[in-house]
Design a protein around this ligand. Structure first.
Ligand code: ADP
Ligand code: ASP
Ligand code: MG
Length: 815
């Protein structure tokens, strides 16, 4: 004999129930089948709401009754041929009338006792099982129906009644010994007390009904049919990468369900474990999927962790005080109080000094527990020996579960360092003595992040997911997204880095997609986005609270550079090609570096100097390995280099500057390049990264530009002024020509002094042959004394800058 249980979603409507009929009829060809059904999806919730509304004089409970009635009548009409419907419809209406009478009673009395609540909740399964039972009768001649209340007997603990197994097992065994029906349909969740009153087995309890039946009839298998492909490595609704677990032991399944894997109601395992009956969890909507097989076999899987689960709505209660040290019995008294109040303790830790004890319970029990504990320890509290208990609500427990965890070292270290790296604050820790689980209490807001990082670490071949929030999609930003799109597959397969772009914003619009934006159509997506708003952008990034979040600034905007602090403080990395922050006042630069260290959030800006060239990273490595930079000489402006390499008697200064803009080598405001400010900012950043304290004002900037050009306030006026001052620029060119030199805009730092300016470079100098828009930097250090360390290559352009930003992102992926 087999017992098959179908959950709320599996019987949500006629269409789904038809799938159930097919599954069961196929099984019934080989074996007698008991079919346990839940209420139609959400009906138990609706009944609960209706009952509380009625009891609080809210007449809208009547609307809910109408909704429930319609749901069931519709389902019945679609399952049963019209000719057979009328008697059955009246029967459903009679049940609904009965329900309404009970609710009217609550309304009139203004109260809802636990006993009445159970009777009301029982209607969900009574209705569903009646309709499904009739649907089977239409298809299978010898199918029958049995009300579980006649066989499952409990005490009067309404809401979560305790089963009297001796009586129940006898009743079930006797009943089935004479029942030859090939299919027997029964309601889940409901039972009856010995005095004949309806009880329930706790929310989610239909699983338990099925297990009780399976145990009593010695079934060959218990099948739990639900809406997912089995028990997953983590809740599939929260962790996209979660996978169904093929085989798992009773103990592991029990531990996972106890810690929140809702797919199986925790008490379910007990009745079948005793008889060694395996449980198979299957998906009604994908019956071909293998599902999860639960048995007494412990699989020696290479991965000692079987799954990760969590429980929401947890309150942590701490009882502490000097009066607890060495006084035996404090814990006993604490647990006694809780047990008297039927408060379920989910989590316990005790400091080894015995100075404090900390327990985790459900939020719903918090107030009752606080009152009861403070009352029980009132004497000690009044004598200041024990403090009134500390209550912290709205927390959550996450647990790693696996039978083989005890044989592996370092798992808890790995768990907590993974959480720590992602800034998940851990409030309390417990490890079961069986070492079958390690659990931690964290804030609710961190749950999704914690589950996903742990899952990534323990189940995903160390694939690291990077979540990018990109601000600025001009020339460089566009290239950056293109490059990610192109490299995504390679990175995933070869570097095990999964780069996802979660948000994109330009100055007009912003667009978020928590699942990652489809990069092929990002422009279209952005156009459909909301109006851009800096503050809202930050709020959203924080609220998403995704692991390995990276804010990528591809703007040249000062306002954006001022937001880095907020990201770093949330453990969100910042990658930027915007030079403003690092070249602003020293305190700000230093503050950002410090925040980065303090909050374990990388702050990378390789593209601030030399676009994609590895200049800053090289300085960092020099300094980290103990070298000291004494002198820097550099041509750091790709745009100025391009301009002076192309400016001659045939090409006017104006035209060359224009061309540099068209090719994307200049900043949006070309004055920033031509005034030398951009170069000054870059050398300043190199000086700071070399370990020197310097401000921008300390860098002598000997401009070659006429003051009139620099004073212009628009790009148009600026270009006009270049034409007007053509003679000035030609004179500089001629002077260089006459001395066989070339013009290069050079930045220099030596002995604490820095300057930038246009220089005549003679033939023998390494800068002389610097081509196109190239950059060159020479570092003279303790180790590179005579021959400097030289880095040279394209120092401007959208593609190389984008690849420099990309390299910073990958650096974070490799940390
Ligand atoms: P049913 O109505 O069929 O009893 P439930 O809603 O009680 O279904 O349980 C199935 C749900 O449990 C899934 O849809 C999923 O959202 C949730 N769930 C939580 N943790 C897990 C897990 N580790 N594996 C599978 N499902 C889980
Ligand atoms: N219908 C009940 C509930 O929603 C029992 C179950 O579905 O298992 O809690
Ligand atoms: Mg369930």
């Amino acid at each position: 004999m087999k017992v098959l249980k179908f959950g709320g979603t599996s019987v949500a409507n006629a269409e789904n129930i038809k799938l159930v009929l097919d599954i069961v009829i196929q099984k019934a060809a080989q074996d007698q089948v008991i079919v346990v059904v839940s209420a139609l999806s959400k009906v138990t919730d609706l009944l609960q709401v209706a009952a509380s509304k009625a009891a609080s004089s809210d007449e809208t409970y009547k609307d809910i009754v109408l909704e429930i009635e319609k749901k069931h009548l519709d389902t019945l009409k679609q399952l049963i041929p019209v000719s057979e419907q009328s008697g059955l419809l009246s029967h459903v209406k009679r049940i609904i009338n009965h329900l309404e009478t009970l609710l009217d009673g609550c309304y009139l009395l203004g109260e809802l006792s636990p006993r009445t609540a159970d009777t009301i909740l029982s209607f969900g399964e009574l209705l569903s099982s009646f309709i499904i039972g009739e649907a089977f009768k239409q298809k299978v001649q010898n199918s029958s129906y049995k009300d579980s209340r006649e066989l499952i007997k409990t005490n009067n603990n309404f809401g979560k009644a305790v089963v009297n197994f001796d009586l129940t097992n006898d009743l079930i065994a006797t009943y089935f010994s004479t029942n030859n029906a090939s299919i027997v349909v029964m309601p889940g969740f409901i039972a009856m007390s010995q005095d004949g009153i309806s009880t329930t087995l706790g929310r989610g309890g239909s699983d338990y009904t099925a297990a009780i039946l399976a145990g009593a009839v010695n079934a060959t298998e218990l099948e739990i049919w639900t809406d997912v492909n089995g028990m997953y490595t983590a809740n599939p609704k929260l962790v996209k990468q979660a996978q169904p677990i093929a085989t798992i032991s009773y103990q592991e399944a029990m531990e996972l369900s106890h810690f929140g894997a809702k797919v199986l109601y925790p008490p379910t395992i007990q009745p079948v474990l005793r008889k060694n009956i395996p449980i198979l969890i299957k998906n009604t909507f994908e019956p071909a999927a293998a599902g999860t097989f639960i048995s007494n076999q412990v699989t020696s899987n290479a991965n000692p962790v079987k799954g990760i689960s969590h429980i929401d709505n947890i309150t942590l209660i701490t009882l502490e005080g000097p009066g607890m040290i060495g006084v035996s019995g404090s814990s006993k008294r604490l647990f006694e109080v809780l047990s008297i109040g039927t408060i379920n303790v989910i989590f316990i830790t005790q400091a080894s000094s015995e100075h404090s004890i900390c327990i985790g319970i459900l939020n719903a029990d918090a107030e009752a527990a606080e009152i009861a504990i403070n009352k029980a320890f009132a004497v000690e509290i009044s004598q200041n020996k024990i403090d009134p208990c500390i209550v912290e609500k709205n927390l959550c427990i996450i647990a790693l579960v696996g039978e083989n965890m005890k044989n592996h070292q370092g798992l808890s270290g790995r768990m907590f360092s993974t959480l720590g790296k992602n800034n998940v604050n851990i409030r309390a820790i417990a490890q079961g003595a069986s070492e079958r689980n390690i659990s931690a209490v964290i804030n609710v807001r961190d749950v999704k992040k914690a589950l996903n990082t742990l899952h990534e670490n323990f189940f995903e071949e160390n694939t690291k997911q990077l979540n990018l929030f990109v601000m600025g999609v001009g020339n460089v930003g566009e290239k950056f997204i293109e490059q990610i799109h192109q490299q995504k597959k390679f990175l995933k397969e070869n570097l095990k880095i999964n780069v996802r772009v979660i948000a994109i914003s330009n100055s007009r619009k912003m667009y978020f997609d928590e699942d990652g934006i489809a990069l092929k159509e990002w422009q279209f997506a952005l156009e459909t986005g909301e109006v851009a708003n800096q503050d809202e952008f930050i709020t959203r990034v924080k609220a998403l609270n995704l692991r390995n979040s990276i804010f990528v600034d591809i703007t040249a905007n000062e306002g954006v550079s001022r937001t880095y602090e907020q990201y770093l403080k949330q453990n969100i990395a910042v990658v930027t090609c915007n030079k403003i922050a690092c070249s602003s006042n020293y305190d700000n630069y230093k503050n950002l570096k410090n925040l980065s260290r303090q909050y374990n959030a990388p702050f990378l800006f390789e593209t601030n100097v030399g676009a994609g060239l590895p200049i800053i990273d090289t300085v960092k490595n020099l300094i980290a390995s103990g070298d000291k930079v004494h002198k820097i000489q550099a041509v750091l402006s790709g745009s100025l280099n391009f301009i002076f390499n192309n400016f001659d008697e045939n090409n006017s200064f104006h035209d060359v500057v224009k061309e540099a803009g068209v090719q994307g080598f200049t900043e949006p405001d070309p004055k920033i390049d031509l005034s030398g400010i951009d170069v000054a900012r870059k050398i300043l950043i190199l000086i700071r990264e070399s370990g020197y304290h310097m401000e921008i004002d300390a860098i002598a900037n000997e401009s070659f530009m006429p003051a009139e050009c620099l004073a212009t306030t628009s790009n148009e006026a600026f270009f006009e002024s270049l034409t007007k001052n053509a003679a000035h620029f030609e004179a500089i060119y001629k002077e260089a020509l006459a001395s066989n030199s070339r013009l290069k805009y050079v930045a220099q730092f030596e002995k604490g002094i820095a300057n930038v300016g246009l220089r005549f470079i003679p033939k023998e100098h390494p800068f002389y042959n610097l081509e196109g828009k190239d950059n060159i930097v020479l570092f003279f250090t303790d180790r590179y004394v005579e021959q400097p360390l030289m880095i040279k290559g394209a120092g401007a352009g959208a593609a190389v800058t984008a690849s420099g930003i990309f390299a910073d992102v990958i650096r974070i992926g490799n940390i």
